[in-house]
Write a protein that binds this ligand. Structure first.
Ligand SMILES: C[S@@+](CC[C@H](N)C(=O)[O-])C[C@H]1O[C@@H](n2cnc3c(N)ncnc32)[C@H](O)[C@@H]1O
Length: 231
């Protein structure tokens, strides 16, 4: 995942690199904070990281804490889109200077996706920009959205005597995304947790039309992500 985010850094820098410390960028569906950390590195703006899962928020806070450049600027909020975005006014002083919605929209049904995109568009200040990861082009072949040919290791860390491994794969039978979080001691699996979530996005061309209907115009596409502006 960090590698995928590495590819997005130029996009983030282009969209948000010119913002100053008074600006605010929303990270909608921030997950464990791998991207939030990259986002904060690409801009001087404050970051509001919204994430519904308590497990992900714990990892997100663990990533932020102890890094002064992050604790000074990153605020973590509990909530799920689109509902949480209706409170944008109380989260942000004024309108958003930017937002990131990366690897999230496939978890939402069509109606929630449309409402989320409309709320993000409506929350943007004039001149503000968003970064949204895109489905792959329809000629990319079947299974292109996910790692369908085995487990993809998202992160592996040794802390003390334990090795923590996070992986994901697509269950071929159901098409659902499977994520596992494991803690190993030597060759012994001490603890493991598995989470399954749906993932579905329309083909790229239809997705771009959805952005348009929500009031978002694509300004540029870099590394599988669109920089968007309010129409
Ligand atoms: C694949 S992760 C991506 C996390 C992060 N944006 C990144 O790119 O690393 C998807 C995240 O979306 C979150 N999510 C799922 N439904 C959501 C919703 N309705 N609103 C906001 N976030 C949501 C999940 O909890 C999960 O943390």
């Amino acid at each position: 995942m960090d590698e995928a985010w590495g590819r997005l850094v130029p996009t983030l820098a282009r969209a948000f690199g010119a913002l100053d410390a008074e600006a605010t960028v929303l990270d909608s569906g921030a997950g464990s904070g791998v991207g939030t950390r990259r986002l904060a590195g690409a801009t001087r703006a404050s970051v509001i990281a919204v994430e519904p899962s308590v497990t992900m928020r714990s990892a997100l806070l663990a990533r932020v804490v102890g890094v002064p450049a992050l604790t000074d600027r990153v605020s973590v909020i509990a909530g799920a889109a689109p509902a949480v975005l209706r409170q944008l006014g109380s989260l942000v002083d004024g309108a958003l200077d930017g937002f990131v919605c990366a690897h999230v929209l496939g978890h939402l049904g069509e109606a929630d996706r449309a409402a989320t995109l409309a709320a993000l568009a409506g929350g943007l200040a004039p001149g503000g920009r968003g970064v949204i990861t895109l489905p792959p082009p329809s000629d990319a072949g079947p299974g292109a959205p996910g790692p369908d040919d085995g487990w993809e290791i998202l992160e592996e860390r040794v802390i003390g005597r334990h090795r923590y491994v996070s992986r994901r794969a697509v269950d071929g039978a159901t098409g659902r995304m499977v994520s596992t979080y494991e803690m190993w001691e030597g060759e012994r699996l001490v603890r493991g947790q598995e989470e399954r979530s749906g993932w579905s996005l329309p083909p790229l061309e239809e997705f771009i039309r959805e952005l348009d209907r929500a009031g978002l115009a694509v300004e540029e596409v870099i590394a599988g992500a669109a920089i968007v502006r309010r129409r």
